[in-house]
Design a protein around this ligand. Structure first.
Ligand code: PAF
Length: 274
């Protein structure tokens, strides 16, 4: 593992390499990120891991300020990997002075849920991901399914802009009690961490209910249940038939349940196939 803050140094090193994988991250690396990196290493000769907390995708400055950062720890976690280059840019290596995020108008699927609640978020994600893809020209790029709308956004972006890269979605990695791994989990207090277990419980409950109930009944039962959980504020709970984006689905996974909630002040999201 070697770390570089200028993309030009990495480009020189991967110039003659047969296959390059890219794993974009915002750092505070956990087992979920490491699983993407391991998969990328199996499928590519060299792997670039970017660590950059992208200000453009935060719709709220206190969220950006609070976002966990621990570059020293991150580099330590990556130390034992060979064949990876870690890209740790500062803002100037990514954005020109006063640069604004691009406006994309891609899939309807990114206008709902996260897209509706966090205005501008997906434009910010797409802006930085497009830059990283154009910068490094990887053969494959890896993203987790926990951010399922983001994954579909990026697949759409690549298709619309005709970029030559395979976007590979990777299964959500979970803690022993089922909580989806997320850098934001580090911000939870011990009490909040216990409350957060309810997220996967609600998703699994919806999966069970939906076998014998209508969509409306299932959603209403989940809302009722969530209301009783102290310190958990449900932002949305949706069950969606994704056949409209079937181009991008890997299995016959057409129906997914999605949840976003705040546990204390920490916002968490998750989804499962139901
Ligand atoms: O999923 C993330 O960590 C970020 O949204 C990404 C894809 C690295 C872009 O900043």
């Amino acid at each position: 593992m070697r770390a570089y803050s200028s993309h030009k140094d990495i480009i020189k090193l991967v110039n003659k390499v047969d296959s390059v994988g890219l794993v974009p991250t915002m750092g505070s690396l956990h087992e979920g990120h490491l699983s993407l990196i391991r998969k990328a290493l199996m499928e590519n000769e060299k792997v670039i891991v970017s660590i950059y907390v992208n200000p453009m995708q935060f719709d709220n400055s206190s969220d950006l300020k609070k976002y966990p950062r621990n570059i020293k720890n991150d580099l330590q976690k990556l130390e034992s990997f060979s064949d990876i280059f870690v890209y740790t840019p500062n803002d100037n290596d990514i954005y020109k002075k006063k640069e604004k995020k691009k406006k994309y108008n891609f899939s309807q699927f990114t206008k709902i849920m996260e897209g509706a609640i966090r205005p501008g978020h997906f434009d910010g994600v797409a802006t930085v991901v497009e830059k990283l893809l154009r910068m490094f020209n990887p053969c494959n790029a890896y993203f987790g399914e926990k951010d399922f709308q983001q994954l579909i956004l990026i697949k759409t972006l690549v298709k619309e802009l005709k970029l030559k890269v395979n976007i590979i979605g990777c299964k959500t990695i979970r803690e022993d009690d089922g909580l989806a791994m997320s850098s934001r989990n580090k911000l939870l207090s011990i009490k909040e961490r216990k409350i957060a277990r309810n997220i996967i419980r609600l998703l699994k409950k919806a999966k069970q209910l939906y076998k014998n109930s209508t969509l409306k009944e299932t959603k209403s039962e989940i809302f009722k249940d969530a209301k009783l959980i102290k310190n958990l504020n449900l932002e949305y709970f949706e069950i969606l038939d994704l056949s409209m984006i079937s181009d991008f689905l890997e299995e016959e996974e057409e129906i997914r349940a999605f949840i976003a909630c705040k546990v204390g002040k920490i916002r968490l999201i998750d989804n499962i196939i139901i």
